[in-house]
Write a protein that binds this ligand. Structure first.
Ligand SMILES: CC(C)(COP(=O)(O)OP(=O)(O)OC[C@H]1O[C@@H](n2cnc3c(N)ncnc32)[C@H](O)[C@@H]1OP(=O)(O)O)[C@@H](O)C(=O)NCCC(=O)NCCSC(=O)/C=C/CCCCCCCCCCCCC(=O)O
Ligand SMILES: Cc1cc2nc3c(=O)[nH]c(=O)nc-3n(C[C@H](O)[C@H](O)[C@H](O)COP(=O)(O)OP(=O)(O)OC[C@H]3O[C@@H](n4cnc5c(N)ncnc54)[C@H](O)[C@@H]3O)c2cc1C
Length: 615
């Protein structure tokens, strides 16, 4: 769409007091990354076949998938070319990698998301060197997915019922789905796309169960794509979002795979059935850990999209004067609107920085694990659980807040805010449900509280538990350091309260697991335990309002710095030129209900009723 940029946006950009490009480079972790990102953006976004004539909302469930899969294979080809050209495209130091560009191309989810994001990375992390050499060929025929969750079990994965029984006479595993609740359910790309999968199953050797292990299984013929004998596979149907991801179901009827298809980097089954244990019980859960870490950056990116749309719209939208004799104001001038939006910008930066820090920590801990040192794994797991849970829940709430901040127009699919919300809120559940993950972190904290309560030595990271017990916390200070101290006090106080409840339940004769369950609300809910006073809260509030006023002139600059192209934002409300009403009208004209001046339903259903008495 051609035409002038909206006048209000022009003025906002003139008001900006900082160098937008400099902030973009910081977000991208360096100017060279910005340049590379823009090159990839230009390359991919110029591929004509990737753009739709008809908005995807008007397609049927089946058409949506077929359209998405067409685009997915164009993108896959490009990814392969870029890989061959040695361009690092999956660097999570930047939230704006090629993966993010796909948000624009699909407006929904790439059906190959799990193939690219989880299938290959799990093989790379969990398969032996020989297996990797065989399976990670660039021209592989495999299109894979990650198959863990079952109809009956998602959170409690030890309860998974699919079995892999070793048959030493044929040197094979027999994959089997013993009952309906053991059907795999949810894996992305499984419904129609994948011909192979990594499946989590209980390993049995000579009648002994060794727990969950990962197996590579072909499920469809590479040539005809028909399900192999003994495989029942299909798609699970429409969902709140993720509708192009062809999430699927899968059952095995004594399906045989070679012994060498178990992922054997950390654990092995030998030809004679000897089981060689891993160095750490939970290494098999490594893919979940990695995905939880990468999700934090992804959620930061979703927040930056929502903030860009809502801030630009709020600069363009004028409604109500503040004083009755004045013209109508930009809705961005309302302090309550600033409160809704600026926190989203800030949260995006927070999760970007934390996501990067977690990504680097994951790299470091993985390198240690390679050297046989598992010491840092529990802390990384506890942090990843908590941060994934909190960032997904916060991001969903903030995206919804941005949508509401756009009033009625935020309810339009063409604003793209409903799609961003549907995508973001899924992350509260997948890769470990919110409460379940918080309880994993609580388990970790309670362990250290027990040490503190028993006056045993604590690692430096937990010294504040001891400070809390000795009442060594400083008086509240309105400064970043003071706020961090306050948070430490809250964590310590909350952990203590939960621990005390646990102990009380145990003293009353409850078994530990029952006592834990009874304390679980305390284990997940925060309370105020810090030394903050009413006066401090009032001072914090007025500082917050001062900051809103300081940020106001830079609001548009701050979201421009996210540097998200219109083709990726896909929003009538958030485009760079701010031509909101023109775009809305243009999108409305694409509705099939506007194709005929009089829809044929009028003649079939309306007219016979409205004209009945007149005929
Ligand atoms: C952890 C559970 C809840 C419990 O497990 P269980 O075996 O029962 O354990 P317990 O006996 O309770 O013991 C707990 C102890 O184990 C330790 N532990 C647990 N997990 C780990 C771990 N991962 N690592 C290390 N240690 C671990 C724990 O600390 C305890 O130790 P201790 O005894 O106290 O000492 C478990 O059941 C669980 O994890 N449940 C959740 C299940 C889950 O997460 N399922 C996920 C299924 S897959 C999925 O959902 C996929 C979704 C689609 C995602 C698509 C979106 C991806 C977007 C990202 C984009 C990235 C793509 C980028 C592309 C590119 O550019 O590359
Ligand atoms: C969009 C999407 C994509 C997905 N993609 C994949 C995929 O590619 N591969 C795959 O294998 N899976 C996938 N999943 C499945 C996903 O991982 C699970 O749905 C998720 O782990 C939650 O498990 P659940 O559905 O069993 O929830 P449940 O555990 O049944 O949760 C229901 C409720 O019970 C509570 N609850 C459960 N256990 C406890 C407990 N111990 N203590 C306290 N409360 C508890 C929860 O907090 C929640 O409130 C996907 C899911 C979605 C929504």
């Amino acid at each position: 769409m051609g035409g002038r940029v909206n006048e209000d946006l022009i003025k906002e950009r003139r008001k900006c007091t900082f160098d937008i490009k400099e902030l973009t480079h910081i977000i991208d972790c360096g100017e060279e990354n910005t340049i590379k990102r823009k090159q990839i953006d230009n390359y991919i976004l110029n591929i004509k076949e990737l753009w739709d004539d008809v908005p995807e909302e008007y397609l049927s469930h089946k058409e949506r998938y077929e359209n998405a899969i067409k685009k997915a294979f164009i993108v896959l080809k490009v990814l392969r070319q870029l890989h061959t050209g040695n361009i690092q495209i999956t660097d999570h130091r930047t939230p704006t990698n090629v993966y993010s560009i796909q948000d624009g191309i699909f407006r929904n989810v790439n059906p190959l998301l799990i193939h690219i994001g989880l299938f290959w990375s799990t093989i790379a992390a969990q398969a032996s060197t020989e297996q990797q050499a065989e399976w990670l060929q660039p021209d592989s025929s495999m299109i894979g997915t990650y198959v863990q969750t079952e109809l009956g079990h998602g959170s409690f994965i030890r309860g998974i019922e699919t079995t892999a029984t070793y048959d030493s006479t044929t040197d094979e595993f027999i994959l089997h789905t013993p009952r309906l609740s053991a059907y795999k359910w949810w894996p992305g790309g499984l419904g129609n796309t994948a011909n192979a999968c990594l499946v989590m199953a209980q390993l049995y050797i000579n009648g002994t169960c060794h727990g969950l292990h990962i197996f590579l299984a072909q499920i469809r013929d590479f040539d005809t794509h028909k399900p192999l004998p003994g495989i029942k596979v299909g798609e699970i149907g429409p969902k709140m979002g993720f509708n192009t991801a062809d999430n699927g179901f899968l059952g095995f009827d004594n399906h045989r795979i070679p012994r060498t298809n178990m992922l054997m980097k950390n654990v092995q089954v030998l030809r004679d059935g000897t089981y060689v244990k891993p160095k750490h019980d939970k290494l098999t859960y490594g893919s979940m850990l990695l995905t939880r870490v990468t999700l934090i950056s992804d959620l930061a990116y979703q927040l930056s999209k929502a903030a860009t749309i809502a801030v630009r719209y709020s600069a363009v939208r004028r409604q109500s004067p503040i004083k009755s004799n004045e013209p109508e104001r930009q809705i961005l001038d309302f302090v309550s609107q600033q409160h809704k939006l600026f926190i989203t910008i800030a949260s995006s930066h927070v999760y970007r920085v934390v996501g990067l820090w977690m990504w680097n920590s994951h790299k470091r801990v993985t390198a240690d694990i390679h050297e046989g040192n598992m010491g840092q794994l529990p802390e990384l797991h506890a942090l990843a659980c908590c941060l994934k849970a909190i960032s997904s829940r916060d991001a969903s709430a903030l995206v919804e807040q941005c949508r509401l901040a756009c009033g009625g127009h935020g309810y339009m699919m063409a604003s793209n805010l409903p799609q961003i919300y549907a995508y973001t809120t899924a992350a509260v559940t997948y890769e470990g449900e919110y409460t379940v993950l918080l309880l994993q972190t609580a388990r970790y904290l309670v362990k250290f509280w027990r040490l503190a309560a028993e006056h045993k030595p604590l690692p430096q990271n937990f010294a504040y538990f001891e400070d809390y017990i000795k009442k060594n916390f400083e008086q509240w200070r309105n400064s970043p350091e003071g706020i961090i101290e306050g948070f430490k006090a809250i964590v310590a106080g909350k952990t203590k309260a939960a621990y005390d409840t646990l102990q009380c339940n145990l003293r009353n004769g409850r078994e530990f697991e029952e006592a834990w369950n009874m304390a679980s609300v305390q284990l997940t809910n925060a309370s105020e335990y810090s030394t903050i006073s009413r006066n401090d809260i009032e001072a914090l509030q007025s500082r917050y309002e001062e900051l809103l006023a300081l940020i106001r002139p830079n609001a548009v600059g701050l979201v421009d710095a996210f540097d998200i192209r219109d083709e990726v934002l896909c929003s009538t409300l958030g485009a760079y030129d701010g031509r909101v009403y023109e775009r809305m009208m243009e999108e409305a004209s694409k509705s099939p209900l506007n194709e005929d001046v009089v829809n044929e339903s009028f003649h079939k259903y309306i007219r016979p009723v409205t004209m009945k008495n007149k005929l």
